[in-house]
Design a protein around this ligand. Structure first.
Ligand code: FAD
Ligand code: NAD
Length: 468
């Protein structure tokens, strides 16, 4: 039987990063993945394929709506070829997943393809696709088995008409009317993909606003812009049923006033969140406990109730984000190596890759109000930037929340072009506990979208933005 210092179950961004860091730290490491390709949800059916389709559909949409204003004339029809877009997306996925295989080889990490399940706290059985199985032993085990889409109790996901993000990333046709249940990240990103390609898109959201966990100003701005692009929103609607026939889906809901309403579409995307995945893992054989929400329970060191078993990423509490899983992977590897790593969960940014993009880090205004913090706010509109006018991307703003007394930046919230990249500046500033004045006094290249961060900081420090 092969023995390891560390065995990682699951090869998503949590698992594969943990494995690399363990190997870097000199530990003999194995990784077990039930699918044939590495990379988990993120690389195979999550972050990467969704961004590939967002980019392709963005190009198409620009061609039919914005090229003309830029003086680009197209003779003949511009057509969206979904089959080609999906094929390109798959190519992007394949390149990325084989890149992870390369990283495993480079770091001398042994890869096992098969379903891993605990035999006891130090032994894992690996059931392979050909029916054979193999057992390995490991001093330390990291559970990184991720998550799967969740649904509502009364909705049956037939994966043909009533679909999850996984199917939405590989559709064979552009829907005529896609009804999206859940106005969170997946619903809005994939909703926008198909809206750009010509589908009618209706988003039904239970709460009173889309992306309800983000700062309310972001929800309002994004909804306004997406509405302008033609997406229909039904907030404060409670879905009560979903029925399918061969080519149609009927969704019933109670509207804001409690009156029954009906939506008919050819596809219904269910995007009401994801749930931790531990099926077939045999946790009970190792004695590892789960929380009431089905998450693997961990302490502040991401250790389960069994001292040599750790868990990271979507399968534990916290934001279900690839970069959060990655941080936790490094954290656990360094903990096992005897180091004392640290993660500041308040500084894990959140991004929605619609266009305009949405990005945030730190506290929202709602959280600061609830905590009774005395804060001040500075804001700057993207439309006032020379860079935005040059590209034509004038929607959105940057908002900086700072402590009213100390000026320390407490939260940064943005909507606009490329804010997914701009948020890194805010994370850096907050990691170093910068004041709004610190950001305001830094030189920002002109013309860039980043100038909105400087201007918002100037606004926060004493209403002294220069270009508004
Ligand atoms: P996963 O990536 O889910 O990987 C878990 C792996 O474990 C899987 O490969 C699974 O097959 C394997 N596994 C499970 N059980 C076993 C077993 N018993 N034996 C062997 N292997 C097993 N996050 C972002 O930060 N940015 C984004 O832009 C983004 N976009 C997304 C878009 C979509 C459509 C979706 C669905 C998600 C997106 N996410 C995004 C979320 C992101 O994908 C997850 O947060 C991330 O993948 C979690 O990483 P993980 O390592 O915890 O688990
Ligand atoms: P989500 O939590 O982002 O959004 C779910 C939405 O569904 C929420 O707005 C919620 O209020 C709503 N909802 C819940 N129950 C409902 C009901 N009965 N009727 C109507 N609406 C209902 O979840 P998601 O969009 O499914 O994404 C799952 C996870 O994947 C998220 O945790 C997210 O972090 C991750 N993800 C991240 C990215 C990114 O970082 N850009 C992209 C996609 C997915």
């Amino acid at each position: 039987m092969s023995t390891y210092d560390v065995a990682v179950i699951g090869s998503g961004p949590g698992g594969y990063v943990a494995a690399i860091r363990c190997a870097q730290l000199g530990m003999k490491t194995a990784i077990i993945e039930k699918y044939n390709t590495l990379g988990g949800t993120c690389l195979n059916v999550g972050c990467i394929p969704s961004k590939a389709l967002l980019d392709s559909s963005h190009h198409y949409h620009d061609a039919i709506t914005h090229f003309e204003e830029h003086g680009i004339e197209i003779s003949g029809d511009v057509k969206a070829n979904l089959e080609k877009m999906i094929a390109r997306k798959q190519n992007v996925v394949d390149t990325n997943t084989s890149g992870i295989q390369y990283l495993m080889d480079k770091n001398k990490i042994t890869v096992y393809n098969g379903v891993g399940s605990f035999k006891d706290a130090t032994h894992i059985n690996i059931a392979k696709a050909d029916g054979k199985s193999e057992e390995i032993e490991a001093k330390n085990i990291i559970i990184a088995t991720g998550s799967k889409p969740s649904t509502l109790p009364f909705i049956k996901l037939d994966k043909k008409r009533v679909i999850t993000s996984t199917e939405a990333l590989s559709l064979k046709e552009i829907p005529k009317h896609m009804v999206v249940i859940g106005g969170g990240v997946i619903g809005l990103e994939l909703g926008q993909v198909y809206k750009r390609l010509g589908a009618e898109v209706s988003v039904i959201e239970y709460m009173d606003r889309i992306i309800p966990t983000m700062d309310a100003s972001l929800s309002k701005e994004l909804q306004k812009v997406l509405k302008k692009q033609g997406v229909k929103f039904y907030t404060k609607h409670k879905v009560t049923g979903v029925k399918t026939s061969a080519k149609e889906v009927t969704i019933t809901a109670d509207d804001k006033k409690g009156n029954p309403v009906e939506f008919k579409g050819d596809y219904c995307l269910v995007s009401v969140g994801r749930k931790p995945y531990t099926d077939g893992l045999g946790l009970e054989k190792a004695g590892v406990t789960l929380s009431e929400r089905g998450q693997v329970e961990v302490n502040a060191h991401l250790r389960t109730n069994i001292a040599t078993i750790y868990a990271i990423g979507d399968v534990v509490k916290g934001a279900m984000l690839a970069h959060k899983a990655e941080e936790e992977g490094v954290f656990v590897a360094e903990t096992i190596a005897g180091q004392k790593p640290h993660i500041d969960y308040n500084l894990i940014p959140g991004v929605v890759y619609t266009w305009p993009e949405v990005a945030a880090v730190g506290k929202t205004e709602e959280e600061l109000k609830e905590a009774g913090v005395n804060y001040k706010s500075g804001q700057f509109s993207m439309r006032a930037l020379g860079r935005s006018r040059a590209s034509g991307d004038i929607d959105g703003f940057v908002k900086i929340l700072a402590d009213a007394t100390t000026d320390e930046v407490l939260g940064v919230h943005m909507v606009g072009a490329r804010v997914a990249d701009l948020i890194a500046e805010a994370v850096t500033a907050m990691e170093f506990r910068a004041s709004a004045e610190d950001i305001a006094r830094m030189s920002h290249a002109h013309p860039t979208y980043a100038e909105a961060v400087k201007e918002a900081a100037l606004d926060a420090t004493g209403k002294r933005a220069l270009h508004s």
